[in-house]
Design a protein. Structure first.
Length: 384
């Protein structure tokens, strides 16, 4: 595919990541964008030219024969509808994570992509975080021996601003934040652990944001954005009228290769970062920070000799800042998609990886809502 024309669904939100693909000099052009707020789509005309087609109806966009691939960055509960429609229309698809909000829909999309002979790519951009790539390389080099245990603590200070004011706050739209937000980390745990979850146990509850009484009206647009005044969390304002997702989630995972892992997520923490610890038979590694900024560099620390307490570890790998959103990960994941379209090769998460992250998140949510009973993760079956 020398010339690639791109359409965007959800251009008035996360869809702006597609702008990283627009490169006419290399034969890649955004020519059509769909979004409910047309005023917010002006950025595409500014960066891609005044002839960009704008619409509120995704069917109009998909009906265009001159579009080869689409970015789908709409709310999670619409992923299956939009991706399946795009595949049936003969388009290749970049689909934001999570692939869908159910295992069954993931499996249907995977079968459909094969049936239509179209490329389906899920944007698990966290695999492109320099910190995570460094941890993966240290494991691959054997610096900590054979991985046996992985722990991830996920602190989120912006939960009330990002997830409890709009569509994210309802199970019907997200299933849970153990899936919606946790899909990133479940995939990374699988990647670093070298396997997929086979049994999961969840625990969690809605413990803080249900107590906030300042709610917006059902027909009132959400006032999104990070506000310093909305601290502590119980001082939040304008939360969704319906909140039925947990704000504190925990997941235990037994991987198919014997690795055991845990993921803990808190939506009302005062800080925001992920703390990964990977323990092997000959040492452990731990990250400080998700990704680097000019002010604060993230780092990966290695302990591989016996000691009582050593704050920095035996080796420290400082991670320099990278240009681009999400610590430079977004440009890399978009470039990976374009490479996949042109060569059939890519470095990121496979469809099975994306499906297994959804499966662990979905079944973990089922478990936590059912007295933390264990759930076994089913295999993907190619034919229904």
């Amino acid at each position: 595919m020398n010339e690639i024309n791109i359409g965007v669904l959800g251009g008035d939100g996360r869809g702006t990541v597609s702008l990283l693909a627009h490169d006419p000099a290399q034969g890649v052009r955004i020519i059509a964008v769909c979004g409910l707020d047309l005023e917010r789509l002006d950025i595409y005309k500014e960066q891609c030219g005044n002839d960009v087609f704008l619409t509120k109806d995704y069917r109009e966009l998909l009906s265009r024969e001159d579009i080869h691939a689409v970015f789908i960055c709409t709310p999670d509960h619409l992923h299956f509808e939009h991706a399946s429609a795009a595949l049936r229309a003969g388009k290749h698809v970049f689909l934001e994570k999570p692939m869908t909000i159910s295992i069954e829909d993931c499996d249907s999309l995977m079968r459909l992509a094969e049936e239509m002979d179209r490329k389906l790519f899920v944007g698990h951009n966290m695999r492109c975080f320099p910190v995570m790539k460094k941890m993966h390389s240290l494991i691959a080099e054997g610096r900590i021996g054979r991985v046996e245990a992985i722990w991830c603590r996920h602190f989120i200070c912006y939960g009330g601003d990002a997830f409890y004011k709009d569509w994210h706050s309802e199970r019907a739209n997200t299933n849970s934040l153990l899936l919606q937000k946790g899909a990133h980390d479940i995939d990374i745990i699988h990647w670093l652990g070298g396997g997929h979850s086979r049994r999961v146990v969840g625990m969690g509850k809605l413990s803080v944001y249900n107590e906030v009484t300042d709610r917006r009206k059902p027909d009132e647009a959400p006032n999104l954005g990070y506000a310093e005044a909305c601290w502590p969390p119980l001082s939040q304002r304008g939360l969704s009228p319906v909140i039925d997702i947990e704000d504190h989630n925990m997941l235990l995972m037994q991987l198919d290769n014997g690795v055991q892992a845990s993921y803990e997520q808190c939506q009302y923490s005062p800080d925001a970062w992920r703390s990964y610890t990977i323990i092997g038979t000959e040492g452990r590694i731990e990250n400080y920070g998700d990704y680097s900024t000019e002010e604060n560099w993230a780092s990966v620390h290695l302990w591989n000799r016996r000691c009582i307490y050593l704050e920095q570890g035996h080796e420290v790998f400082r991670i320099p800042p990278e240009e681009g959103s999400h610590g430079g990960a977004d440009p890399l994941v978009v470039a990976d998609f374009i490479r996949y379209l042109r060569t059939g090769e890519f470095e990121g998460a496979t469809l099975l990886d994306a499906r297994m992250a959804v499966a662990a998140g979905c079944l973990g949510s089922d478990s936590l809502r059912d007295g933390s009973t264990p759930r076994d993760v089913p295999n993907f079956i190619r034919s229904a």
